[in-house]
Design a protein around this ligand. Structure first.
Ligand code: HMG
Ligand code: MG
Length: 297
């Protein structure tokens, strides 16, 4: 079985979007440039959502324009609607990510639209992206639980993932937004989606609220998934998901994968140094155990 795992580094977007203190644009740019130097192939740079909803990322255009784009690295950006797509296109983005959820109330709280309405918003984005040569990734949130409705039926996850794939998203990221999943549930969810969407087009996106993220990822790797979202220093969480804490830390994922004999192309000491640098900028300890262990004091 293929042992290369692509890490989609979501720290600059999912990691920072929930930070209360505004982070300097120059620091965001430096973070992405440091990440680019570690060997990561996909770095989600920012999001072109409404600045009223997510003030932290209001400088998306400046950040995207300011980063040094390393050949061979893709820098997707989140877009919620056509207005976001236009803003992303204006600064030269070549990959965007659209996002919806498997549970209705979460999606309304996050985007002021129901699931089907949000899927309709994506149709023109996909059509334009196809003409513009822009790649589109799709996120499904709340795949293992919703802060409002609780349990989420697998059929709802499968329906939304299948729609995004049929619409033309090249990859679907399955998000445990509030980090409530456990390994057997994660396996069942992935198996259900993979029955309809090819495994090669699936990614997993775990938050570590209950400390289950690495166990969930290991289980999904056994099922054959080869794309894993993670955030350096374990930052983040969705501002519209009550109780959600950080993403699984990229350093911890890379440490685990290398220990399992899998390859990522990522220089772990350089990644850990970047996570520790970010934690220092944010004025707190890193959320990565590997980052802590590799800190030379
Ligand atoms: P709305 O208020 O319904 O928007 O928000 P609207 O279309 O009615 O427009 C209202 C105003 O917003 C207008 O300005 C628009 O121009 C402006 P006004 O006329 O009042 O001055 N506007 C925009 N401005 C800039 N860029 C835009 C944009 N769109 C409208 N793109 C909207 C609807 C979707 C825009 C809003 O709800 C929104 O931005 N939501 C994003 C929330 C968000 O970013 N959440 C976190 C990301 S998702 C996540 O973290 C989960 C994930 O990590 C996976 C997982 O963990 O599960 C991906
Ligand atoms: Mg997330």
């Amino acid at each position: 079985m293929n042992d290369f795992v692509r890490i989609v580094e979501v720290g600059p977007r999912d990691g920072l979007q929930n930070e209360k203190q505004l982070i300097a644009t120059a620091d965001k740019i430096e973070l992405i440039d440091r990440l680019s130097a570690t060997g990561l192939r996909s770095i989600e740079a920012t999001s072109f959502v409404s600045p009223k909803w997510v003030p932290q990322l209001a400088d998306a255009a400046e950040v995207f324009a300011g980063i040094h784009k390393k050949p061979g690295v893709s820098y997707p950006v989140l877009v919620p609607n056509e207005q976001g797509y236009e803003r992303a296109l204006a600064v030269g983005a070549t990959e965007v990510a659209v996002f919806t959820a498997a549970s209705e109330q979460f999606n309304r709280t996050n985007t002021n639209a129901g699931i089907d309405e949000s899927l309709q918003r994506f149709e023109p984005i996909l059509a334009r992206a196809n003409r513009d040569g822009v790649r589109v990734r799709g996120y499904v949130s709340t795949v293992l639980g919703c802060p409002y409705q609780g349990e989420v039926p697998l059929a709802d996850v499968v329906r939304v993932a299948t729609r995004l794939h049929a619409m033309g998203c090249y990859e679907i990221s399955l998000g445990d937004t509030i980090g409530v999943g456990t390994p057997h549930k994660a396996r069942a969810m992935l198996q259900a989606v993979a029955a309809e969407v090819p495994m090669a087009a699936l990614a997993v996106h775990f938050h570590d609220t209950y400390g289950q993220a690495l166990a969930n990822i290991a289980t999904c790797l056994d099922e054959g998934v080869r794309v894993v979202d993670a955030a350096v220093a374990g930052t983040g969480g969705c501002p519209y998901a009550r109780g959600a804490s950080g993403n699984v830390a990229s350093e911890d994922v890379v440490y685990m994968l290398h220990g399992m004999g899998m390859s990522t192309g990522v220089d772990l000491p350089a990644l850990a140094a970047t996570g520790n640098w970010l934690a220092e900028r944010l004025g707190r300890q890193t959320g990565s155990k590997t980052g802590k262990a590799l800190t030379v004091s």
